[in-house]
Design a protein. Structure first.
Lengths: 364, 277
């Protein structure tokens, strides 16, 4: 039904929003590509929902301009923007049946009765709601309401679909199912999706790009693997998942990256030192560290003492303390953890040079 | 909201004085009225038979229903408009609306009825003004007829009609309205196809309260109707206090109470009591 060419391309240029003295969004410049699945990720109050509301036209930015396919839509009211939107809690019309809910945007657009009937029928089939056409929203389960909301937002073939934490009310297994369904709908329709969530695993799993917000600022935008493996700063690093932070001294550029001193041992880093020189923070994800019996030359490694373990089924989370007192968590195979805890507790922590990245010391 | 047994005992105890008062002041005397309707002047169903055949009683009944229906439509419509402002307006508009809703409660029904007489009578403010600007040459008959009664009663009942509507509008999920607009619906269309249907329970509650209140109105129709637009409560009063016809007055009262009771039962089938406040 949807021609991929119809997907909208959106440019936000210096968008800012203040509510009284509260700065909800600050100088946001972001390009959203045609047909991409962009996730806006951040804690509550970070500005992600404000930006979504600005995209929908429900909130007027205090400054900056917004463009859709090159046209300035900053002052265009919501009802003329043709953005599909799925709200937190779905916001279905409680007095209308499933069918009537989905038909609503088509009726507003004065489509003929036969076209409405056909497109609503197609959409109901596509989201798997056949047999529920005449039911009221209150008679549906959470997952089914979610499908109605998606169908209603997509039936008029909007250039962009905006989703405000659509899965927050669903239980875990249903969440996974709906995420898969949404990915499929994104591929089938080819529409641009802008998705708001505070759940980092959801963001990494679904999106083609992730934009991370905090305190009204866009901190980083990139592919899931880019932002996860190469976070721009400490907040992004910590928000996207558990991470170990080790102080590293005397950082300077080297042949293929940077070198420095961590816990009195020389360490190599593949990433560019760039602006970071002298003292810095070396950040490594728990799953990128391993436990070794003894130090090997030429590899990054520091001495540590295993203090506790948490069995997670597939792996074990091991808590260690380094010689200089830094706390480190690693995710290792179960038998490695057991061995580390049993044999005098003193082990070597190692990691490949390309998995460690540098962050400015103490900075955000 | 289901508490423990002792909670419910406590609640019953707190309500007891009011219940006792209602029983002593209303239920008990009403039983006396029921008894009169079957015994005065002679035992039997004579008064109820008269009620079915008496042209005057029937015309008053029909007039009462007609006036109550018109007043309900006028009051609920006006109340709907002011409630939208009260619940969804800007802070200043809200304060103004609240003022307009609450002030009438501080002025007695009698004062307000005479206020309307002063405005609507042949030499009242409205007629004088219309004549002075040359819009009319003869004064319009705005009072001592059904029109005056409807104006006065609607004015009295609008604040009462507001509360069930406000309750319905306050519980409405704002996001549903945003959703409608986001899907392309204009403000006007959203109002009529989403907002109004979603406040349906408030409209029903508001209409029922207004209608039931209207049926029992006495002071306002007596003053603004000027004896020419007698409603049922006034008829009961006339039967009991100005004629020896206590039995017929009692029978009309019983019919009125049963009718209102049936309406309330119908109301509570569609609307929960907590939606009315």
């Amino acid at each position: 039904m949807q021609q991929p060419g119809r997907a909208a391309e959106i440019k936000a240029n210096g968008i800012g929003k203040s509510f009284g003295s509260f700065r909800a969004l600050d100088n946001l410049t972001l390009d959203i590509g045609r047909g991409e699945f962009l996730t806006l990720l951040g804690p509550s109050g970070s500005g992600k929902t404000t930006f979504l509301m600005i995209l929908a036209g429900f909130v007027q930015p205090s400054e900056g301009r917004l463009f859709s396919d090159g046209a300035d839509i900053t002052d265009r009211p919501a009802e003329q923007r043709a953005a599909g939107m799925v709200f937190q809690g779905y916001a279905l019309f409680p007095h209308m049946s499933v069918e009537q809910n989905i038909a609503f945007p088509l009726k507003v657009r004065k489509k003929t009765a036969s076209e409405i009937k056909q497109r609503v029928g197609e959409m109901i089939e596509r989201v798997g709601l056949k047999g529920h056409e005449k039911k009221l929203p209150a008679q549906l389960s959470g997952g089914q309401q979610q499908r109605v909301a998606l169908a209603r937002a997509l039936v008029f073939e909007p250039g962009v679909l905006l989703l405000d934490e659509p899965f927050s009310a669903l239980d875990k297994s249903l969440r996974g199912q709906m995420q898969a369904e949404m990915k499929r709908l994104h591929q089938e329709t080819g529409t641009t999706f802008v998705f708001v969530t505070h759940d980092q695993s959801e963001a990494l799993a679904l999106s083609s790009r992730v934009a991370i917000f905090n305190h009204g600022k866009l901190l980083q935008v990139g592919r899931p693997d880019e932002v996860y493996d190469r976070p721009a700063n400490r907040f992004v690093a910590e928000f996207l998942g558990e991470i170990n932070m080790l102080p590293v001294k005397g950082v300077k550029p080297a042949d293929n990256g940077a070198i420095g001193v961590c816990e009195d041992r020389a360490v190599n880093m593949r990433c560019k030192a760039e602006a970071i020189k002298g003292d810095a923070i070396l950040a490594i994800r728990p799953e990128h560290m391993s436990i070794a019996r003894e130090a090997t030359t030429g590899e990054n490694g520091i001495a540590a003492t295993a203090v506790a373990s948490t069995y997670l089924g597939a792996a074990t989370k091991l808590d260690l303390t380094t010689r200089q007192g830094a706390k480190v968590t690693v995710s290792v195979p179960n038998e490695v953890a057991a061995a580390a805890l049993s044999k005098g507790n003193s082990v070597w922590l190692t990691w490949p040079a390309e998995k460690g990245f540098l962050l400015p010391d103490g900075g955000q | 909201m289901r508490g423990t047994l002792s909670d419910r005992m406590g609640a019953a105890l707190l309500m007891a004085p009011l219940l006792l008062f209602l029983v002593l002041a209303y239920a008990w005397p009403f039983l006396g009225v029921v008894k009169w309707s079957f015994t005065l002047p002679t035992p039997g169903l004579g008064q109820y038979h008269a009620l079915l055949t008496d042209d005057l009683v029937q015309s008053v009944f029909i007039r009462t229903l007609r006036i109550a229906a018109i007043v309900t439509v006028v009051s609920v419509t006006a109340a709907y408009a002011i409630t939208v402002v009260w619940v969804r307006g800007s802070p200043v508009q809200r304060v103004l609306a609240e003022f307009c809703i609450l002030v009438p409660f501080w002025i007695s029904v009698l004062t307000r009825a005479f206020g309307w007489v002063a405005l609507l009578s042949n030499r009242g403010l409205i007629n004088t003004w219309l004549q002075s600007i040359g819009f009319i040459s003869e004064p319009l008959t705005l009072v001592r007829n059904e029109f005056g009664v409807i104006v006065g009663m609607s004015h009295f009942l609008i604040p009462f009609a507001v509360f069930p509507l406000a309750s319905a509008m306050r519980s409405l999920d704002e996001r549903v309205l945003l959703a409608a607009r986001g899907l392309g619906s204009s403000r006007m269309r959203t109002f009529w196809t989403v907002f109004v249907p979603m406040t349906r329970s408030g409209i029903i509650g508001s209409a029922m309260i207004t209608f039931v209140f209207s049926l029992g109105f006495f002071v306002t129709p007596a003053i603004l109707g000027g004896g020419r637009s007698v409603m049922i409560a006034e008829l009961i009063y006339l039967r009991i206090f100005q004629s020896p016809d206590w039995g017929l007055g009692a029978a009309i009262s019983v019919v009125l109470v049963v009718f209102v009771g049936a309406l309330m039962a119908l109301l509570f089938r569609y609307v929960k009591p907590k939606q009315l406040v």
